[in-house]
Design a binder for this molecule. Structure first.
Ligand code: B12
Length: 213
């Protein structure tokens, strides 16, 4: 199995979309564990690609190919990952978005997948979503939770701005705000008075459960 996970990691690292799809399909046909394939395999590839980019060994196109390969694998595994793990349907709503100015959508999409798998009704607004659009969605959909993803130190600020806008609109106490993304941490969440922070999709579900219990 370890070899297969390595192959998955390398398919993303090398931006080999065809191979990534083939390996993801293998998980389905051989009834493997889709979650493990993501966590132990494909996601390690994008993390390593990020490291190489930081070290100047990878350039933007390399990162784009790696992300495309990962997204293709994710698409193949999507329905398997979303399979309800047996718990009763919670029918709580969550609005998810990557904040404006930020096009990174992989982490947010995985959070959405895990929320769906655990019975949440997910309204994924996409990436680079205007603050106003998020406020409008909170008003219209009336979710229990709004989840804001930011991957850039510059766009983290939008998480704070959105919370301020919710306050100004008088709807801050109608919704729990959770934040995430690589540069975000608990300190930042506390500073901007978010209701919660999590550094991965599985604990994000636990966090949502706790906040809405
Ligand atoms: C893939 C990638 C890209 C892809 C994105 C493809 C896509 N569709 O998403 C592409 C190639 C397009 C890209 C572009 C850019 N990128 Co980029 N990218 C990455 C990379 C390598 C991986 C991100 C990723 O997908 N990780 C995998 C996912 C699963 O992890 P995640 O996003 O962290 O999500 C998990 C948790 O954080 C959490 N989570 C995430 N969101 C949320 C939300 C909530 C509510 C909760 C509770 C939890 C949660 O759960 C997720 C699942 O476990 C990172 C490196 C890194 N270390 O993060 C750089 C990185 C984020 N990028 C970076 C940069 C600089 C850029 C560019 C500006 C480059 C450029 N010069 O153009 C552009 C940005 C353009 C823009 N305006 O947004 C920098 C940011 C530096 C900084 N400190 O601001 C990084 C850190 C790379 C680096 N080390 O320099 N990038």
């Amino acid at each position: 199995m370890a070899d297969l996970y390595d192959e998955m990691r390398n398919s993303v690292l090398e931006g080999d979309e065809e191979l990534a799809i083939e390996l993801a399909e293998k998980v389905l046909t051989e009834k493997g564990n889709a979650m493990m394939a993501m966590n132990e395999g494909f996601l390690n590839g994008i993390q390593e690609a990020g490291r190489l980019f930081e070290d100047g060994e990878y350039f933007l196109p390399d990162l784009i190919f790696a992300a495309d390969a990962l997204k293709s694998a994710l698409r193949v595994l999507d329905s398997e990952l979303k399979k309800n793990e047996g718990e009763s349907v919670k029918s709580k709503k969550i609005v998810l978005a990557t904040v404006q100015g930020d096009i990174h959508d992989i982490g947010k999409t995985i959070v959405g997948t895990m929320m769906t798998a655990n019975g949440y009704e997910v309204h994924d607004l996409g990436a680079d979503v205007k603050n106003e659009e998020i406020i409008r969605a909170v008003k219209e959909i009336k979710p229990e939770i709004v989840g804001l993803s930011a991957l850039l130190t510059t766009t983290m600020e939008e998480q704070k701005n959105i919370i301020t806008m919710l306050e100004e609109e008088g709807i801050r106490n109608t919704v729990k705000v959770i934040v995430g993304g690589a540069p975000v941490n608990q300190n930042w969440a506390d500073k901007i008075k978010a209701d919660g922070y999590s550094d991965n999709a599985i604990s994000a579900v636990k966090l949502a459960d706790e906040l809405t219990a």
